[in-house]
Design a protein around this ligand. Structure first.
Ligand code: SAH
Length: 241
C-alpha cells in the first residue's frame, strides 16, 4: 500500500492540482493536521479521517505510515509537502514501515501562491527562509537572512511569527537593513487562496514595525524590485537589455 504526501496548494481550493485531487479520491484514509483536513473534509465526507493536532509531527507521520501498511493513505499538507512540510520526515521514517511506498504529490507553495497575489516579485533569483526557530537556531536563521540580503536576493519569508515569538520579523528586517535601504519594496500575503485573503505592499522600514501572524508569507524585494500599477515586480531585465 502507499502513503501519498499531497500538497493542497495554499488554500486547498482552486489552486489544488488535478493530480492532488485524483490522489485524494483514490485513497481510503485522509490524514493530516486539523486545519488542513478542515479545508477538504466537506469534499470527501465518505473518507476515514486521521486527524492530529499541530506540533506532534512525528506521531502524525508514524500513524499515517502505520495506516498505509493496510490501506492507501493521503497525508495532506498546505502548499507543497516538500516545502517545510512532512515529506522529509515521512521519508526518513519509511524504512521502519515496510512495505509502504511513498509518493510525493507536489502543490503550489505559499511563495508562488503569495507572489501571484502581489504581482511578480519572484521573477528573478530569490531565497526562501523560514523564520521558525523550533528546529533551527535563531542565530543561523538570521545569518542566512543576512547572507541572502548581502547578495541581493529577493527574500520570501515563511513562518514570520508565532504566538510565542513576535519579534522574528523585526530581527530579520534589521539584518536586511544592513544591506538594503529602508525604502526597499516589500509585501505580505495572509491566507492566500483562502477565505479572508489579505495583502499589503509596504516599505522595508514599515515592514520592520508590522505585526504579522503565522498565516502570512512575507516578501522583501531586491534592490531592483519596484511597484508598477500597484503590483510588486522584480524585473527579469527584458526591458533593460
Ligand atoms: N508546506 C507549506 C509551508 C508550511 S510552513 C507550503 O508549501 O506553502 C507554514 C508557513 O507557510 C506559514 O507560516 C506561512 O508563512 C506560509 N503559508 C502557508 N499557507 C499560506 C497561505 N495560504 N497564505 C500565506 N502564507 C501561507
Amino acid at each position: 500500500m502507499s502513503l501519498y504526501l499531497v500538497g493542497l496548494g495554499p488554500g486547498g481550493g482552486a489552486d489544488m492540482t488535478r493530480r492532488a485531487r485524483e490522489t485524494l479520491e483514490r485513497c481510503t484514509i485522509l490524514a493530516g493536521y486539523t486545519t488542513y483536513i478542515e479545508l477538504i473534509r466537506a469534499d470527501y465526507p465518505q473518507k476515514e479521517l486521521l486527524v492530529t493536532p499541530m506540533r506532534r509531527e512525528e506521531e502524525r507521520c508514524r500513524r499515517a505510515l502505520e495506516a498505509a501498511q493496510t490501506a492507501d493513505v493521503a497525508m495532506v499538507c498546505s502548499g507543497d509537502p516538500g516545502v517545510y512540510g512532512m515529506a522529509g520526515l515521512c521519508l526518513e521514517l519509511a524504512p521502519e514501515y515496510p512495505p509502504v511506498e511513498i509518493e510525493v504529490v507536489p502543490g503550489v507553495t505559499a511563495a508562488t501562491g503569495g507572489a501571484a497575489v502581489l504581482g511578480a516579485p519572484l521573477t528573478h533569483d530569490f531565497a526562501v527562509i523560514s523564520l521558525s526557530d523550533l528546529m533551527t537556531p535563531m542565530e543561523l536563521i538570521l545569518r542566512r537572512v543576512e547572507a541572502a540580503a548581502a547578495v541581493d536576493f529577493v527574500l520570501c519569508l515563511y513562518n514570520p511569527a508565532s504566538r510565542a515569538r513576535t519579534d522574528h520579523l523585526r530581527r530579520a528586517c534589521d539584518e536586511i537593513l544592513r544591506h538594503r535601504g529602508p525604502e526597499t519594496h516589500c509585501g505580505w500575503v495572509r491566507n492566500a487562496g483562502r477565505a479572508g485573503q489579505e495583502h499589503r505592499l509596504l516599505t522595508l522600514a514599515q515592514l520592520r514595525e508590522e505585526r504579522v501572524d503565522m498565516l502570512t508569507t512575507v516578501f522583501v524585494g531586491s534592490s531592483q524590485t519596484r511597484v508598477v500599477n500597484g503590483r510588486l515586480v522584480t524585473p527579469r531585465g527584458y526591458l533593460q537589455r
